[in-house]
Design a protein around this ligand. Structure first.
Ligand SMILES: C[S@@+](CC[C@H](N)C(=O)[O-])C[C@H]1O[C@@H](n2cnc3c(N)ncnc32)[C@H](O)[C@@H]1O
Length: 296
């Protein structure tokens, strides 16, 4: 049996009339609980340091994740709240009714677009699961602007960068063979999606996050199962910022995330002798030179 109470399972319509879990419900709960296991260190970390931690679920849909998280971590805690942001009012209303009936009174709901929602001044944990296309970027912008200690996103379909690759001009000094990676529409979609997530991870690093990119295993119902986890450890990371600006310049793309955050591409210069520029160091390292954020 999963970790959820019968009251919650009934409210989420996951129990049959006889009080059993059908195969579909069991699979869904296994997936949500698996994700909870991956998020647990982040949730426990914010609650241990901020008893009144503010968590945000951006593009929450039916808010299954939020309900499960609330029951596991917030229901019996003295503080801490969870704000679910969802663009479809009928989903917000339904989730609000469920939270009232369950007595989950520190669960809040807002019908809004992720980019224009009213956020609390300070966010401690932000999650966005399968928020479509640039909505994941909007969620990451909110996390960075509101100083989230932890972020967890599972991106969804992506179209923006693929469209930019189509319009892209060859980089001066390059051989042009990079463009073979996305000459076909199918490859452009795949490569655009990969590049988008690479830029997302590197942007988080540039803004001081330690990033883990992993697979959301067990999420069989979706092909989109790349989980990007970030934990803020510095104010910024200059080396990652330089790598990010250079990647933007070399690929010629400008995704919403970097546009919103004002990250500009580097000015590329062809190295003397006409050869390729040296490869930058692999990302992932942290910069001990930068102090951790205040209040850590
Ligand atoms: C694929 S569903 C995922 C729902 C939920 N996060 C989950 O994983 O079960 C995406 C949800 O995000 C919402 N959404 C997409 N773009 C949004 C935006 N820009 N602002 C607010 N909600 C958005 C959609 O209405 C939808 O409910």
């Amino acid at each position: 049996m999963p970790d959820q109470s019968p009251a919650l399972l009934r409210e989420l319509h996951l129990l049959t009339r006889e009080g059993n879990l059908n195969a579909d419900a069991l699979r869904k709960l296994k997936q949500v609980n698996h994700l909870m296991g991956l998020l647990r260190p982040a949730v426990e970390d914010v609650l241990s340091r901020h008893p009144d931690a503010v968590m945000v679920d951006a593009g929450s849909g039916n808010a299954y994740l939020g309900f499960v998280l609330y029951e596991l971590f917030l229901k019996n805690a003295l503080g801490g709240s969870l704000l679910s942001i969802e663009g479809r009012p009928e989903l917000t209303e339904r989730a609000k009714g469920r939270a009232e009936r369950l007595g989950f009174d520190r669960m809040q709901f807002q019908t809004a677009h992720i980019d224009t929602a009213r956020y609390p001044e300070r966010i401690h944990l932000l999650m966005a699961l399968h928020a479509c296309d640039t909505a994941t970027d909007d969620a990451l912008v909110a996390a960075i602007r509101h100083g989230a200690d932890h972020v967890a996103v599972v991106p969804c379909c992506q179209a923006e960068v693929a469209a930019q690759l189509k319009e892209r001009r060859p980089v001066a000094g390059g051989s042009g063979s990079m463009s073979l990676l996305y000459a076909h529409a199918w490859h452009r979609r795949e490569f655009g999606s990969h590049l988008t997530n690479v830029i997302r991870a590197l942007t988080l690093e540039a803004f001081g996050y330690q990033v883990t990119v992993t697979e959301l295993t067990g999420w069989e119902h979706s092909l989109k199962n790349e989980l990007i986890l970030g934990r803020r450890v510095h104010r910024e990371n200059r080396r990652a910022r330089v790598q990010l600006e250079r990647l933007l310049a070399e690929t010629g793309v400008a995704p919403k995330l970097t546009r919103e955050l004002g990250v500009k591409p580097a000015t590329l210069s062809t190295p003397a002798g006409g050869g390729e520029a040296p490869e930058p160091e692999a990302p992932g390292g942290s910069e001990a030179a930068n102090p951790p954020p205040a209040g850590e």
